[in-house]
Design a protein around this ligand. Structure first.
Ligand code: TRP
Length: 329
């Protein structure tokens, strides 16, 4: 049997080229060697307030983007977290074996809590729900960005604690950082990772941005005071633009050097914009086809949930038995 992969994305903000090059592109490659479950984590999104109509739209949009990026629903499962109630059920049971101290020291919790006037309990429980997502399917591999490593470690701690209290139940998941996945930085601030929750308009190229918007954002990207590309003294902004180009084109380092050495920044930006547009146009075309086919996305999501629900329910039942909870016969 192929090892199982699980990963999730929140349906909030706009998916951008950093998400594509850092995660989605790898997910597409993984699907032929692993049994992959790609989850739209709507229950995680509502740990901070989301406008209901916007959220509902984002869930379908994200599913259509997964499909447009090349995730094949005959190979992989695409599903929505809340459509398999076992996620929330297992999260409760795991909450009961998780010390509050483990949660209050999570760096992401601290960063998010700082920005809220009142901190919802869901924000604290966020990593427990994430542990439930992973442990429900006994996923061995969890491809995530480095910002999620601490959550993965917590997942293993929770699994271990459950196993030691109630007997061997959960498989220990590994973190899989993308081997070739590029780490794309903000166009406006190349020292910060490109982020979905950043709202400044020049920060990220969204996957659904029209070509003229893409071009404008890249033209305005922060560089430095040098006039042209010097590979021996690359500033972070220029390095980021080159990274974006290389991640899309898959050119070798040698070819990149030969082509871009000494190139003026204006020309570099033009070439980066051309490359990004050339790759996003077909993706956007597929997106429009998929989104325009009535019922297709809903069908994929329904089938996805139906395929994984038996696995998830079996885990919940096993956990209930371990804990002495009532399992109807
Ligand atoms: N917390 C993850 C993020 O924001 C999303 C997520 C939720 C996830 N559940 C998951 C990722 C399970 C991997 C596995 O990026």
């Amino acid at each position: 049997m192929k090892p199982r992969v699980f990963s999730g994305v929140q349906p909030s903000g706009d998916l951008h080229i950093g998400n594509y090059l850092g995660a989605l592109k790898n997910w597409v490659k993984l699907q032929y060697d692993y049994e992959c479950i790609y989850c739209i984590v709507d229950l995680h999104a509502v740990t901070v307030y989301q406008d209901p109509a916007t959220l509902r739209g984002k869930i379908s949009e994200l599913a259509a983007l997964f499909l447009a990026a090349g995730i094949d629903p005959r190979q992989s499962v695409i599903m929505v977290q809340s459509s398999v109630p076992a996620h929330a059920e297992l999260a409760w049971m795991l909450t009961c074996v998780t010390p509050v101290g483990w949660l209050t020291r999570m760096t992401q919790y601290k960063a998010k809590a700082e920005k809220q006037e009142t901190v919802g309990d869901g924000l604290l429980q966020y990593p427990v729900l994430m542990a439930a997502d992973i442990l429900l399917y006994q996923a061995q591999i969890v491809p995530v960005g480095d910002d999620q490593v601490q959550h993965l470690e917590l997942t293993r701690d929770i699994a271990q604690r459950f196993n030691s209290l109630y007997g061997e139940t959960f498989v220990m998941p590994e973190t899989k950082l993308p081997a070739v996945g590029a780490r794309i930085m903000g166009l406006d601030d190349p020292l910060k990772k490109m982020s979905k929750s950043e709202t400044a308009s020049g920060h990220a190229v969204a996957l659904l941005d029209p070509p003229d918007v893409i071009r404008r954002k890249i033209q305005r990207a922060t560089t430095d005071s040098q006039p042209c590309v010097d590979f021996d003294a690359l500033g972070p902004g220029v390095a980021n633009l080159l990274n974006i180009f290389q991640a899309f084109s898959e050119w070798t380092d040698d070819r990149m050097r030969a082509h871009f050495s000494g190139m003026r920044y204006g020309r570099l930006k033009q070439e980066v914009a051309d490359m990004v547009i050339a790759h996003l146009e077909p993706l956007q075309r597929r997106y429009r086809e998929i989104a325009g086919e009535p019922g297709y996305v809903d069908r994929v999501l329904k089938e996805g949930a139906e395929r994984v629900a038996p696995i998830a329910n079996a885990t919940v039942e096993a956990v209930k038995r371990r804990m002495g909870l009532y399992v109807p016969c």
